[in-house]
Write a protein that binds this ligand. Structure first.
Ligand code: HEC
Length: 626
């Protein structure tokens, strides 16, 4: 369905390749991406030099695989590449894809007994022939990397109301993963599981209670107990010191400055945990007593700076990149990677335009590090929101400012000086990839795949991928040939403009204007009855922006648009021609059947009423973080 519109070029269609013969899973090689951020350091640097500043201009798409999952709108998985296979997740499935030809090797589909807590997944981790991931149904699962068959499956590895979102990393027989979502009032924890059997080995709680150290940093007269501190992103690990570094998200409730006093440890902190027992050795808290939902939702990056100091860098939703000395635990620098303004307390009388707003700063991906240039590279979301205090405890937050843009910033890894900055058309949340040949690959949610001169920031190439780049972007080599692969398409909360059908695209120096297109067999919609299916499709595709009840959330209420309710033809016409900032979802991400169901759902939630003026969409109940 999507090819008719997103690409006018003739395409070679291949049959569903789900029966392609499995190949033996290879051992983990140094060039592989066996974590979402390549390896345990999370530098995202590739030691490859076939694609160079001189020839990158001739890079083209070689092939793509379309993931046909009706109703799946969020595609924010990173990519793994081990041996000759790419691995990518949606909240419903894991796909193993030939890393040069885009054929499907296998697909593992998760089963659901009830609606997932959070319909997104940031990906898997690889270790010893197995693919590990926390599923949206709450299971922790290990699959045989060669066949996709489960090796073990721990049902309900987490509790009611908790979610697996981030990708695990696996080292020395242990699977490391944390739970989300802070904004749902969970008590965050980070865990290690036995990689061979799935048994939980230890857990560390990010929110201390009772007499535990740090519990006295939560003070308030409110009856809401300390909560939050979830994990959106993968961790990193130093095998030489036995430390696992994890990024802790925001306190709960969001905002509400009067209800939470004190520093609220260990929210918005990067923590160093001992791999063997989960004991916390040290921490650095970036944003104490958070009033802006400025959590740490990106992976900490470990590197040795040009002056020899052992560093950890982490980029935050507050728009800063923190460089911390891992020996002394001192903050060496905090460098802005996007617009920062009005970062103090907000008051009752005058709403303040705060930058970054609730959905700005570093999200999904943080710092990449290039040992050649000694620079940290970070992508950001440049988006300011209004904040006002309401009474003693409440806050109103809304986004009636300019649409979001983005930046990519290069920062000196030793002293934090800004070396160059690129202003992107749209938010940058996809991973950045420095290469040995002096390139930096990046991308934005408007679908631009970008290649920079890593030293100067000069744009050397720009490819329109036809869909948002929402996370996975990697480079690797197979049989001596270098490729770039990207997870393309889908809606991110802060996307405007393109959405695009879900796909994984592979680019290289042997691509053409007619890339090979592989299609997977469609997954059936979730839900038993048409009414359930309709609620799922609306819930997964529209609700993040317009609210479950269509009364508005980050974006306005749909109450003025009752003519679209129960009228698929009118809704199709609206969706096909709607201008930005509403993303283009149909045709492309949505097919005719999906839109029929959404029209049906709108009829249920939008009772016809006289036109009402649009109200500001307040986020005081909490937009769900990055
Ligand atoms: C990524 C966020 C996002 C998603 C997802 C999204 N929208 Fe929108 N929508 C917007 C924005 C932004 C606008 C424009 C608001 C403005 O102009 O102030 C908008 C406007 C609209 C309007 C016009 C409202 C009015 O009264 O002017 C309708 C109707 C609408 N969207 C329907 C939908 C439907 C149905 C879906 C799901 C299929 C959907 N939207 C998904 C962001 C989104």
């Amino acid at each position: 369905m999507a090819s008719r519109v997103s690409r006018s070029l003739p395409a070679l269609l291949l049959a569903v390749a789900s029966l392609a013969c499995p190949i033996a899973a290879s051992a983990q090689e140094p060039g592989d991406w066996f974590t979402m951020n390549k390896d345990y350091s999370a530098q995202r640097y590739v030691n490859l030099d076939q694609i160079t500043p001189a020839n990158v201009g001739s890079m083209k798409e070689e092939c793509e695989i379309r993931l046909d999952e009706p109703g799946t709108a969020v595609f924010t998985s990173g990519l793994l590449m081990v041996g000759r296979t790419l691995y990518v997740n949606t909240f419903r499935a894991v796909y193993a894809i030939d890393a040069t030809a885009c054929a499907l090797r296998w697909r593992y589909v998760t089963s659901f007994n009830s609606a997932p807590n959070h319909p997104s997944n940031r990906g898997s981790g690889y270790w010893d022939g197995k693919i590990y991931f926390g599923a949206a149904n709450g299971d922790l699962i290990a699959l045989d990397a060669a066949t996709g068959k489960p090796v073990w499956d721990v049902p309900n590895a987490i509790g009611e109301g908790e979610s697996f979102i981030s990708a695990p990393i696996i080292w020395d027989g242990k699977v490391f993963i944390g739970i989300g979502v802070s904004d749902r009032g969970i008590r965050g924890r980070f865990m290690a599981f036995d990689a061979n059997a799935g048994k939980e080995l230890w857990r560390w709680y990010s929110i201390p209670l009772g007499n535990e150290p740090g519990a006295d940093t939560w003070r308030s007269a409110s009856t809401i107990p300390p909560a939050g501190g979830g994990f959106w992103a993968s961790s990193s690990l130093d095998p030489t010191t036995g430390e696992v570094f994890a990024p802790v998200a925001n306190p709960y409730p969001d905002y509400l400055p009067g209800r939470r006093l004190g520093a609220n440890l260990y929210t918005n902190s990067v923590v160093s945990l001992n791999v063997s027992d989960g004991r916390m050795d040290w921490y650095y808290q970036a944003v104490p007593n958070d009033q802006h939902d400025w959590d740490l939702g990106t992976t900490p990056t470990l590197y040795t700076a040009s002056d020899g100091s052992r560093m950890v860098a982490i980029a935050g939703k507050d728009g800063l990149v923190y460089g911390i000395d891992r020996t002394t635990h001192d903050l060496i620098f905090a460098t802005p990677g996007t617009t920062r303004q009005n970062d103090g307390p907000y008051d009752e009388k005058k709403p303040a335009l705060v930058c970054p707003g609730t959905l700005g700063g570093a999200e999904w991906n943080g710092a990449a590090y290039d040992p050649g240039t000694g620079m940290i590279y970070t992508g950001m979301v440049d988006w300011c929101w209004y904040f006002a205090k309401q009474g003693d405890e409440g806050a109103a937050v809304w986004n009636f400012s300019a649409p979001p843009r983005g930046q990519i910033t290069a920062i000196n890894g030793a002293n934090g000086d800004i070396e160059w900055q690129y202003r992107a058309e749209a938010p940058v949340i996809a991973g950045l990839v420095p290469t040995r040949s002096g390139l930096l690959f990046g991308g934005d949610v408007r679908g631009n795949l970008l290649a920079f001169d890593a030293r100067t920031g000069a744009v050397l190439d720009r490819i329109d991928t036809g869909g948002a780049l929402n996370n996975g972007l990697i480079s690797y080599a197979v049989d001596g040939t270098q490729y770039v692969a990207a997870a393309v398409g889908g809606v991110a909360l802060n996307t405007d403009g393109v959405a695009g059908a879900l796909r994984v695209s592979i680019f290289g120096l042997h691509g053409s204007a007619m890339p090979r297109i592989v299609r997977t067999a469609p997954l059936p919609l979730l839900g038993r009855t048409p009414a359930e299916k309709a609620a799922f499709v609306y819930g997964f595709v529209c609700a993040d922006c317009h609210g479950e009840d269509a009364r508005g959330r980050v974006y306005p209420s749909l109450e003025r648009q009752t003519q679209l309710a129960g009228n698929p033809a009118a809704l199709k016409a609206f969706l096909a021609y709607v201008p930005p900032p509403m993303p283009r979802l149909y045709p492309g991400l949505l097919n005719d059947k999906d839109v029929d169901l959404i029209a049906r759902y709108l009829k249920v939630v939008l009772k016809p009423s006289p036109a009402t003026p649009a109200a500001p969409a307040t986020g005081s109940s909490g937009a769900p973080g990055p």
